[in-house]
Design a protein. Structure first.
Length: 156
């Protein structure tokens, strides 16, 4: 079976390795393929592209040419809505300093949060200087700050 795994975190890589060992043809897409070179499993074809057009093309091809498509979304496992929102914004900003054309409602859907929660979180992130936002446009100026916030322990 042909399988595409989108995302290169620990869970995605573990799933890709298990599926490859089970005899499936696995393509793993992540932002930085070089980071997996020391541990790369022989049966996994790793793709990485920093060009947004190439990523869209790869994803389109993956969706049309595989039997199973896996995307592990650990963002939704976070209990705190603002951490889920920070994760979504961080992931959406991977292309660089380009405005993200998403509404608060769309971010809410992606983060499993209400529009009110999204609005409050985005205002906090803007006050901290991590993002700038206007109607249907968000520019992430400090992606690492969003990631750090999203990844902090709930006890912090």
């Amino acid at each position: 079976m042909k399988i595409a795994v989108l995302g290169g975190g620990h869970g995605c890589y573990a799933a890709a390795a298990d599926l490859s060992e089970a005899g499936h043809e696995v393509r793993l897409w992540r932002r930085d393929a070089a980071a997996l070179q020391p541990v790369q499993h022989g049966g996994i074809r790793i793709k990485d592209q920093k060009d947004p057009r190439a990523v869209r093309i790869f994803c389109s091809i993956a969706v049309l040419t595989v039997d199973v498509l896996i995307r592990i979304v650990h963002d939704l496992q976070k209990r705190d809505a603002s951490q889920r929102i920070a994760s979504v914004l961080h992931r959406a900003a991977w292309i660089g300093d380009v405005p993200i054309p998403l509404s608060q409602s769309e971010i809410g859907i992606m983060a499993n949060a209400s529009r009110r929660q999204v609005s409050a979180a985005m205002n906090r992130f803007a006050e901290a200087g991590w993002i700038e936002h206007t109607y249907r446009s968000i520019t992430v100026s400090q992606p690492q700050a969003l990631r750090d916030y999203a990844e902090q322990d709930e006890a912090d």
